[in-house]
Ligand binder design. Structure first.
Ligand code: 26Q
Length: 805
């Protein structure tokens, strides 16, 4: 069931590997070199399983899933691959015989930031679960040369630096020159009838781009399965190289896969982004269809042999691209092609924010992708023709793909897919009742919920080895393969010894994080303080500024009454703001300036510390999450589609402090409302407040003295070293009526925070609730989420024979 390599064999092969790469002895290697050698050796160990898995899928002609996503955030891969292979202990032991530290080498790996946040990380958790369930799942995305920017703070302001993750090479990828595709942009297209009576498109003056795949093995958990993540890179076609005379002329091609767009929850109609989307989609669909040609599968069987998943609307051009290939290249009729396309495709929505919904200008689409646009127009025309007589004008025009000069990508995705899902129960309800309600009337059977999940392998087993050991000691190891077994851990909620051990584990993790804080921020924090964590992209709807107002409130109280009885707290933030998102950057600056004030005020001491980490990402999350006591999930109800840091923090024993938004609601249902802290407006109340337009932020400012003190502190010089950022926050909250109801939720947030303090004073009660959270986190295993996608949407099954091992 998993790799047999002895320590002795490993040591010999590692030395050999290093020497063959660098031509000197490993003793002289740098961490990067040692890591590279180790990574390549591990990849060697993987390769036979990788090959055999592919061959098995082909031989059994199993249905394959292709997960199309503009983003993947895999995190560092050495540890998780070695773990899933069952080699981690052997490697650690072997390295220590050579006086090398695995942890140190593992840190030398670059963390590929090929995504913005939740959506990209979800895609990577799904890749891990697909392989671990033994399902034929492929990832399809872009090999950005530069990932999401590296964040630095200069004088408290966010500064963005390029993230050159490929600098020291990427040992996990294999460039696959045998499987390149050509992607065409622009030019003129016209249709001509050929001698068989088919309308065939003719192209002239197109820009031809070579799509080169780089494949990365996705290793399943001890089941011999190794799937493929395929990331495409744009290059000049070899046969056209002579047409390019200067470096500048090659730019338009190279720039396609140069850098990830750093916007999350915000759509901008940039031409280059549309190029990226079509590039990835076209290359991916071409390579799927090529497979069918090679193995001569009847085209009408495509939906039985492949499922294409559209991760948010970013890859929605899959729909017209598949139509194009089936019609223009496979010569199917429109009706045949459509039947195949919509049975093959399924779509997940990840946001209800209007400003995040993709709408491309028709003129842009027409010019960049003339043939694709013709097909979209035809899809739209047929949709309108069919819908009008049944549902009438209003619904038809509101659901059309082409509206007011733009292509509505969500509408294209819904019309072209047999399944549409949201990512938490509340979110799916909102899609059905609000955002996509007209579609729900047209196609109720397409809608379904798939609550997000996380892989416990990375986020618990590997990130929190001491907790994992404790659970193993108490309930055995079954929970690792069958997460639902975790509920057995509930049986220890009253066991003092277990609770003490759990407290010890948390304290140890907090000490480790405290050391890291000292090292990278120079701030001394007390590991016994309560560690309060908010880690996620910076966005007004996520309300990091509500957190900020509460901290400021505590600070003012401490200043007024230095003996006030607050439990010592460390407020921990990690968040990148989109470079063009001015307001989000202002929030960062205010938090950083408040941190300077608070952390250096002798009146405050250990009562309050603020740590805003730079460059939040997967690797930092792995350090922070095991050390968290409180998980801040404080988005305005209805705005956060699901959230996934909420699940990771819960699984590591943090107690959730939350609004009833996204998956927080399901967390409450599983853990029970006594075991988390809920506050704030419900989504129903938010909808009502918006509908009756009765909210007056200024009145709250006028009537609530505490709140007024806090808001005034933004502008009266309390916080040092600000330009106009304090005023900007004040303005948005008081004068522009507080779009995200921060002031409205402030009082109940403060009250909930006080309850947090009270509970923390009773350490064994705290530990009991923490244990119940851990024991209730199994339903958020991505393995279960993927099983539901597989059963309900993709119709695929595990290829691992149960009795094999
Ligand atoms: C679109 C067009 C142009 C440029 C960028 C974008 C873009 C890029 C990324 C739009 C959105 C995103 C990312 C969205 C995202 O991460 N959404 C989160 O998805 C998680 C997984 O489902 C949820 O848990 C979060 O609630 C949701 O915010």
């Amino acid at each position: 069931m998993f790799m047999e390599v002895t320590v002795k064999q490993f040591v010999r092969e590692f030395k050999q590997q290093f020497q063959s790469m660098y031509a000197y002895s490993y003793e002289e290697g740098s961490n990067e070199q040692l890591y590279n050698a180790l990574g390549l050796l591990v990849k060697n160990y993987i390769s036979s399983y990788w090959k055999e898995t592919r061959e098995k899928y082909i031989k059994n002609s199993v249905k394959q899933v292709y997960y199309f996503s503009m983003e993947f955030l895999p995190g560092r891969q050495l540890r998780s691959k070695a773990y899933n292979l069952g080699l981690l202990d052997v490697i650690k032991e072997g390295l220590s015989e050579l006086d090398l530290s695995f942890d140190q080498l593992a840190e030398a790996e670059a963390d590929p930031a090929l995504g913005n946040g939740g959506l990209g990380r979800l895609a990577s958790c799904f890749m891990d679960s697909l392989a671990s369930l033994g399902m034929a799942g492929n990832g399809n995305g872009i090999r950005y040369q530069y990932g999401l920017f590296r964040q630095k703070f200069v004088d408290g302001y966010q500064v963005e630096l390029p993230e050159n993750w490929l600098r020291y090479r990427n040992v996990w990828e294999t460039r696959n020159d045998k499987s390149t595709c050509m992607v065409r942009f622009g030019g003129n297209v016209w249709l001509e009838e050929n001698h068989q009576g088919h309308l065939v498109p003719h192209y002239e003056n197109t820009l031809n781009v070579l799509a080169v795949p780089y494949d990365t093995p996705m290793v399943g958990y001890r089941n011999d399965t190794v799937n493929n993540l395929r990331l495409w890179s744009a290059e000049i076609p070899v046969e056209e190289e002579a047409n390019y005379h200067t470096i500048e002329e090659t730019e338009p091609i190279k720039e396609i896969t140069q850098v990830l767009y750093p916007d999350d929850s915000n759509y901008e109609g940039r031409l280059l982004r549309l190029k990226q989307e079509y590039f990835m989609v076209s290359a991916g669909v071409q390579s799927i269809i090529r497979h069918f040609r090679k193995y001569n599968v009847p085209r009408k069987n495509i939906p039985d042999k492949v499922a294409i998943h559209i991760n948010d609307t970013h890859p929605a051009l899959v729909v017209p691209e598949l139509m194009r290939i089936l019609i223009d290249e496979e010569h199917l009729s429109w009706e045949q092609a459509w039947e195949i396309t919509f049975k093959t495709c399924s779509y997940t929505n990840h946001t209800i924010l209007r400003e995040a919904l993709e709408k491309w200008p028709i003129d842009m689409m027409k010019e960049l992708l003339p043939r694709i646009y013709m097909i979209i127009e035809e899809i739209n025309n047929r949709f309108v023709e069919n819908t009008m007589p049944l549902y009438g004008e209003r619904i038809t025009w509101q659901t059309a793909i082409l509206q007011n000069g733009v292509v509505n990508m969500a509408h294209l995705a819904v019309i072209g897919s047999h399944s549409v899902n949201g990512v938490a129960r509340l979110h799916t309800d909102i899609l059905m009742n609000d955002v996509l309600k007209d579609f729900f009337e047209l196609y109720p059977e397409r809608f379904n919920n798939k609550t997000n999940g996380i892989t416990q392998r990375r986020w618990v087993h590997l990130a929190n080895p001491d907790l994992t050991q404790l659970i193993d000691d108490k309930i055995g190891e079954n929970w690792k393969l069958t997460p639902s077994e975790l509920k057995v851990f509930k049986g220890f909620e009253k066991d003092k010894k277990t609770l003490n051990k759990l407290t010890d584990v948390k304290l140890k993790n907090k000490k480790r994080l405290a050391d890291h804080i000292k090292e990278v921020k120079g701030i001394t924090v007390d590991p016994n303080a309560l560690f309060d964590v908010q880690i996620k992209r910076l966005h007004a709807y996520k309300r990091q500024h509500l957190n900020l107002l509460h901290i400021l409130h505590r600070y003012l109280e401490i200043k007024e009454n230095p003996s006030v009885d607050y439990v010592p707290r460390v407020f921990i933030f990690g968040a990148k703001a989109a470079p063009s998102y001015h307001y989000a950057k202002q929030i960062i600056k205010v938090i950083n300036s408040l941190a300077d004030l608070v952390n250096n005020d002798p009146d405050v001491g250990d009562k309050l510390k603020i740590v805003f980490f730079e460059n939040y990402g997967v690797s930092l999350a792995e350090k922070i999450i095991p050390a968290a006591d409180i998980s801040e999930q404080i988005s305005l109800a209805s705005m956060e589609a699901s959230g996934t840091s909420n699940m990771k923090l819960m699984a590591n024993g943090a107690l959730t402090l939350a609004t009833l938004d996204g998956a927080n609601i399901e967390i409450r249902d599983f853990v029970g409302e006594d075991n988390l802290f809920v506050f704030g407006l419900s989504s129903k109340e938010v909808y009502e407040l918006k509908a009756n337009q009765s909210y007056r932020a200024r009145e709250l400012y006028g009537s609530d003295q505490k709140l007024r003190n806090v808001l005034d502190a933004l502008t009266n010089g309390t916080i040092p070293n600000l330009q106009d950022e304090g005023y900007a926050l004040f303005d948005s909250l008081v004068n522009f009526n507080d779009e995200y109801f921060v002031l409205k939720d402030f009082a109940s947030y403060v009250e909930a925070q006080n309850k947090v303090d009270d509970l923390y004073k009773d350490q064994s009660e705290w530990a009991r609730k923490s244990l119940l959270n851990i024991a209730s986190s199994a339903p958020f295993s991505a393995d279960y989420t993927i099983q539901r996608y597989a059963d309900d949407i993709w119709k695929v099954r595990s290829c691992v024979v149960e009795d094999e091992g």
